[in-house]
Design a protein. Structure first.
Length: 896
RNA sequence: GGGGCGGUAGCUCAGUUGGGAGAGCGCUGCAAUCGCACUGCAGAGGUCGAGGGUUCGACUCCCUUCCGCUCCA
């Protein structure tokens, strides 16, 4: 029997050796350069530019195996994984490719050759499909492909027509497309599967898809033939391995066996038995599949997080963890321990796995630990609500409880539902949906801001190239936007919030974290007040209002940016770049920008870092930024082709952001991109900056906080704000120094000494009082009358605290065994009372009720339980009176 | 940006309408043992995240804030 490794190799060798293909390694499973794509989900992802014609392919014929992940997004197989024999979130796609080289004839002939001659598959079990045609879109039936199949010997009763859904491939709404032909394998024992092709049964499965890219879909939906025709084929590696090894299930192949053994080893569960109706075996499949996805994704640089790609990975990890805990009896983290097995199994094909498996394991382990913590807490909450439900005789978990479990502990409803089902309960889905709806509604609505998202009418483009050069510029009014409607003629209305449109402007529109400019637009009889500036497409909206006067479309005006505010903004923006650099230098290379906000008061900077900054780190960072400011380095912007800009040493960009090509790069220090070193700041940035660093004046970090797991936020000030922040602190310090009568640099020591002194004083006073108190108590005890075996101890104590009296009453109880105690004393000018009644007498004297009555005498309130009570009041002089009342009441109660 | 939950001994966590801060594990000492483990006894260890407020009295209720987790946008 062939091993999986042999099968993969034979595929590659077949195309490379026999048919002159070039082997191209798999691209990363995390598409770092395509923000629209969560994961690489098909072999063609890395070759897309060649099909689109945006780049020339360096080779004509290629063969490869591509790492793919399908989870989250459109192709979401996540929920099916583990439940059947053939779904995976991670899989390999074998493919051979022609970029404008061979076409249908060769592709079909070679596919047949590989399957029937090299691999010697039974021809009688192979079926093929070809496109049936689509007259509405002028696409003919693919008779060509059908003929080539007949030529290699496929009989007509093994040739099927397929619909657009199965046999026509399109990249998107527009772009390259074409018919495809699929090869299916009949697994039925008697080879009677010809009517089961494309019926979604595991008995007859698609093993290879050959796509013939020959058309371009135009925006008007018409098709035109492409000048160069391409072939793109994809064969699911796990499937073909199962077929060639004669296995029912992909999971029965030697690709998964080592993983199952490892899972068994780390969980101590019974071995994998391959059953579909056993949740234990489902768990094995889920875990084996998911650990492949996690290991490959993390190896390629993805990180679990609470949004997007990272969130999908987190869900996958949790799903695996949950199956392991519930069905295999894993009690602690176990997924991380599976990584070495996978690296050993696949490292020779994907050497990147061997680069740093320890890092991958560390990430997985830490995720597992947080999940387990949450899971334990969530299970507890679940048990509470389940118990409560049973208690009320209901068999329904409320929607609110399910909602809380999701939003607090990340339990998806189906998890809650499953857990409920296991104990015979149901979940109120309707209530859940209702709450969920309100929740998402509120989350999305609660961000105010005047944001123009879509407009009716055509927006004229604005030339805003002046924003880097000047703060005043002549312009002509082209119109305005009001309540999402574009007006292009007439008089600008008074007092309403509108977005004024000009032909050119020097106003900076909000972008790249920098806030929009404010200012005025002068002309006619009154200035237009600009509160902020935003960009929509190529149009700049000067958002504000016209208080009075006349302003008309077509009029010549002058745009004047609020120069003082802009200056503060520019200081902060340049300071942000210096901060970014300093963070990396002080904390390490993992510091990646996650977002920023720059305005006239501050710079707020979010970055990847997983723990709070220490005081020392903050000091170092401030110091580095201020050194750069003091060095009075020039700040220059250069515009470069994107490819070239990416080559600049240590250049920084926000991950996931789309940058134009050419891109603007802001350099601090060197004026030539080639001269940039790791100690200089270079960032892709479209913002406005000061000309020299010294203009920032001063930089100070004022706060830091966590924004989410692994993301920290620091807020800093420069320019005037920094001065104010420093002065504010200096003022507080000098006030403290004055109050403490010591120099500023001794404040810490002085406070420590004071705290120490205070503590000692407290202790000695406590001791002193305790002595007095014990003596007083003993006196009271000596003269206490006895009634029915209980000592009745009522009296006043010297000034003390409740704490002390508690200890003394404990002593009394252990001494007397049975007693009724009413004590009063002064505590910082107020009267305090405590009543204690031992068990046997609580039905005759209720401590709580008694104290309520007697505390009224000293003008206070209090309460407690039958056996003990505490109270206090302001009229300390009336204490004897209160105690006298207590004596009477106790005497009455005991029938004296 | 908006919401939910949590922060109590070195660790994991209890703490029930506001009325003496606890358990388990760990730690120290003693006993027992040739020694270790186990066991028994004793003990140390807490600004109940921080700061305000309400109250005679706050771990508990209210506000602010920090830290962690989580969901949505």
């Amino acid at each position: 029997m062939r091993t999986a490794d042999q099968i993969r190799q034979e595929f590659i060798d077949f195309f490379v050796r026999r048919h002159d293909h070039i082997y191209v390694p798999s691209s990363s499973v995390v598409p770092h350069d395509d923000p629209t794509l969560l994961f690489t989900n098909a072999g063609m992802n890395q070759f897309k530019p060649y099909f689109l014609g945006t780049r020339q392919p360096p080779w004509r014929r290629v063969a490869n195996t591509q790492k793919c992940i399908r989870a989250g997004g459109k192709h979401n197989d996540l929920d099916d994984v583990g439940k059947d024999t053939y779904h995976h979130t991670f899989f390999e796609m074998l493919g051979n490719w022609s970029f404008g080289d061979y076409f249908k004839k060769e592709a079909i002939a070679w596919a047949w050759e590989l399957l029937t001659e090299v691999w010697e598959l039974d021809r009688r079990r192979l079926h093929v499909t070809v496109f049936e045609g689509d007259p509405d879109n002028h696409v003919p039936r693919d008779d060509e492909a059908a003929q080539y199949w007949r030529d290699v010997g496929v009989p007509d009763d093994h040739l099927h027509l397929g619909s657009k859904k199965d046999n026509f491939w399109e990249m998107g709404d527009t772009g390259p497309c074409g018919p495809c032909t699929e090869i299916h394998y009949d697994k039925t024992p008697d080879r009677r599967g010809r009517n089961l092709v494309n019926r979604g049964t595991p008995d007859v499965i698609e093993i290879w898809n050959l796509v013939f890219i020959q058309f371009n879909r135009n925006p008007d939906q018409s098709l035109t033939p492409l000048p160069a025709q391409h072939v793109d084929t994809g064969m699911g590696f796990e499937r073909i391995t199962a077929v060639l090894q004669g296995k029912e299930s992909n999971y029965d192949t030697d690709l998964f066996a080592p993983l199952f053994e490892a899972i068994q080893r780390v969980t101590q569960a019974p071995p994998y038995a391959g059953r579909l109706d056993d949740l234990k075996d489902t768990a094995y499949r889920v875990i084996a599949d998911h650990i492949r996805t996690l290991t490959f994704a993390l190896t390629d640089g993805a990180v679990p997080s609470n949004e997007k790609r990272g969130y999908v990975l987190r869900s996958i990890l949790r799903r695996a963890e949950r199956y392991g805990r519930q069905y295999l009896g894993a009690s602690g983290p176990f997924l991380a321990d599976l990584v070495p097995t996978l690296v050993e199994r696949m490292g020779h094909v994907f050497p990147e796995l061997r680069r740093d498996p320890a890092r991958v394991q560390a990430i997985i382990r830490s995720e597992e630990e947080t999940f387990i913590r949450n899971f334990t807490r969530g299970v507890k909450l679940f048990q509470d609500v389940a118990e409560a439900a049973r208690h009320t005789g209901s068999n329904v978990i409320s929607g609110k409880a399910a909602f809380d479990l999701h939003t607090t502990y990340g339990f998806f409803v189906d998890i809650t539902e499953q857990m409920a089902a296991e104990v015979g309960l149901k979940v109120d889905r309707r209530e859940f949906q209702q709450l969920w709806h309100e929740f998402t509604e509120r989350s999305s609505k609660d961000r105010k801001k005047f944001v123009v998202t879509a407009v009716q009418g055509t927006l004229p483009a604005t030339d805003d190239s002046l924003k880097y050069e000047t703060l005043r510029s002549p312009a002509q009014i082209l119109g305005w936007v009001q309540e999402n409607i574009v007006f292009s003629g007439g008089l600008v209305p008074h007092g309403r919030s509108v977005g004024l449109l000009l032909d050119r402007t020097c106003f900076y529109a909000e972008a790249g974290g920098q806030v929009g400019d404010s200012g005025i637009i002068v002309g006619g009889t009154g200035p237009f007040v600009v509160e902020t500036t935003q960009k929509l497409g190529d149009a700049v909206l000067h958002i504000g209002y016209l208080p009075e006067g006349l302003l008309e479309v077509g009029q010549q005006v002058e745009a004047q940016v609020d120069a003082a505010r802009r200056a503060e903004i520019m200081r902060h923006h340049t300071a942000t770049h210096l901060l970014n650099l300093a963070l990396r230098q002080v904390l390490g290379p993992h510091v990646e920008q996650k977002g920023s906000l720059v305005d006239e008061q501050k710079t707020r900077f979010d970055f990847a870092h997983d723990k709070p900054l220490t005081n020392d780190e903050i000091l170092q960072i401030e110091q580095r930024v201020n050194e750069q400011i003091a060095a009075d380095r020039p700040v220059v912007a250069v515009t470069l082709p994107l490819d070239q800009a990416k080559q600049i040493t240590g250049v920084r960009a926000v991950f996931g952001e789309k940058y134009p090509d050419p891109v603007r790069v802001v350099l601090i220090g060197p004026e030539d991109p080639a001269a940039v070193t790791w100690n200089d700041s270079a960032e892709f940035c479209g913002g406005t900056h000061i000309a020299r660093t010294s203009q920032a004046g001063l930089f100070k970090i004022v706060s830091q906080e966590a924004v989410g797991k692994g993301v920290r936020r620091v807020t800093g000030v420069s320019g005037r704000g920094a001065l104010e922040a420093m002065q504010g602190m200096a003022r507080i310090l000098s006030q403290l120094a004055e109050r403490l009568q010591c120099p500023v640099d001794q404040i810490t020591a002085r406070v420590e000494a004071l705290q120490d002194e205070l503590r000692k004083l407290h202790e000695s006073r406590k001791k002193e009082q305790a002595g007095d108190l014990a003596a007083a108590i003993d006196r009271l005890l000596a003269e206490a009358p006895e009634r029915d075996g209980a000592r009745i101890i009522i009296g006043e104590l010297p000034p003390t605290t409740m704490e002390q009296v508690r200890q003394q009453t404990d002593r009394l109880i252990s001494k007397t065994g049975s007693c009724i105690v009413v004590l009063g004393w002064r505590d910082s000018e107020k009267a305090a009372l405590r009543v204690v009644v031992t068990d046997k007498f609580t039905h005759r004297v209720h401590a709580g009720n008694l104290i309520k009555e007697i505390v009224a005498v000293v003008g206070g309130r209090g309460g407690g339980k039958p056996e003990k009570a505490e109270a206090g009041g302001p009229l300390a002089d009336k204490l004897p009176e209160a105690l006298a009342l207590a004596r009477r009441r106790v005497a009455e109660a005991l029938g004296v």
